[in-house]
Design a protein around this ligand. Structure first.
Ligand SMILES: [Zn+2]
Length: 272
């Protein structure tokens, strides 16, 4: 029987002030009261799991190619997608189209993870979009209660009112298929969900998404980022990931870690 394979799809880079990713990365002092921001470049990616029973499962789907019209201007300046690699192009490189995907797991509904849900309108994956229940509740709530449809890094058009998209709310940690688990990693947002994949040859991979941005947040001790919903929740999530890492002797793959990303195997190479 074929075994599970994991492909990491490089979707380019975002740039931003490091203050969103770490707390006070370049604070002022008496002698240097107004230091410049640390402007950083971070990777954005999706993960394709080729599973013998569940089929092709895509974890996260990156930024919308329409970001320059879809995102509010403020957000475009704060987190510009400066090296654009559209998901559909990346799938094409593997001889795949959105129709070849069987399910979508979206770690959370921010614009750099949920921007291509509409690509799966009318496909099998579009009928199977797994998002944590708390993320669905929160993201739909904040984008529907005021006159402004986009709030923080939530862009309403990424995930709301897309005909043919059916969300499957995830209520608790557990297996979606043999050796493929989802785990709640709240803190960054109320319902960030990570993915744990157990592989025959290369052991266990834990994809934290923005549950943990980078090794800088992982510590120990945990370093709380600037963009945060619940700081104590974030610290608890770091501890949860650390326990899982220990339990499975796993490799932890962070959400936006440039140094780590440069050392990963990227598609068309794969983990198995
Ligand atoms: Zn992100």
């Amino acid at each position: 029987m074929s075994q599970t394979k994991v492909y990491i799809l490089d979707l380019g880079v975002l740039e931003c002030d490091e203050v969103w990713l770490a707390s006070a990365p370049n604070p002022g002092t008496l002698t240097n009261p107004n230091p410049p921001a640390n402007w950083v470049t971070v990777p954005t990616y999706a993960v394709l799991v080729d599973h013998p029973e569940m089929g092709r499962v895509l974890f996260d789907c990156g930024c919308s190619p329409q970001w320059k019209s879809r995102w509010p201007e403020g957000l475009q300046g704060v987190f510009p997608w400066t090296r654009e690699v559209p998901l559909v192009e990346k799938l094409k490189e593997l001889n795949l189209t959105p129709n070849d995907i069987d399910a979508l797991i979206v770690s959370h509904l921010h614009m750099d993870h949920a921007g291509n849900i509409d690509l799966f309108k009318g496909t099998k994956a579009g009928q199977n979009v797994y998002v944590h229940k708390k993320e669905l509740e929160y993201a739909f709530y904040v984008t529907h209660i005021g006159p402004e449809p986009n709030v923080g890094a939530y862009v309403k058009a990424d995930f709301s009112d897309i005909p043919g998209i059916v969300y499957k709310p995830v209520l608790e940690d557990g297996e979606l298929a043999r050796g493929l688990e989802v785990v709640a990693l709240p803190g960054h947002t109320p319902g960030v969900m990570g993915m744990v994949v157990h592989l025959e040859k290369e052991g266990t991979l834990i994809f934290t998404s923005d549950g943990v941005y980078s090794s800088k947040n992982y510590g120990p001790p945990a370093n709380i980022p600037g963009l945060i919903y619940d700081s104590l929740g974030f610290v608890n999530t770091v501890e949860k990931v650390r326990k899982l890492q220990k339990k499975y002797n796993a490799k932890v793959i962070f959400g936006h870690d440039p140094e780590q990303f440069s050392a990963l195997k990227l598609a068309p190479e794969f983990y198995e």
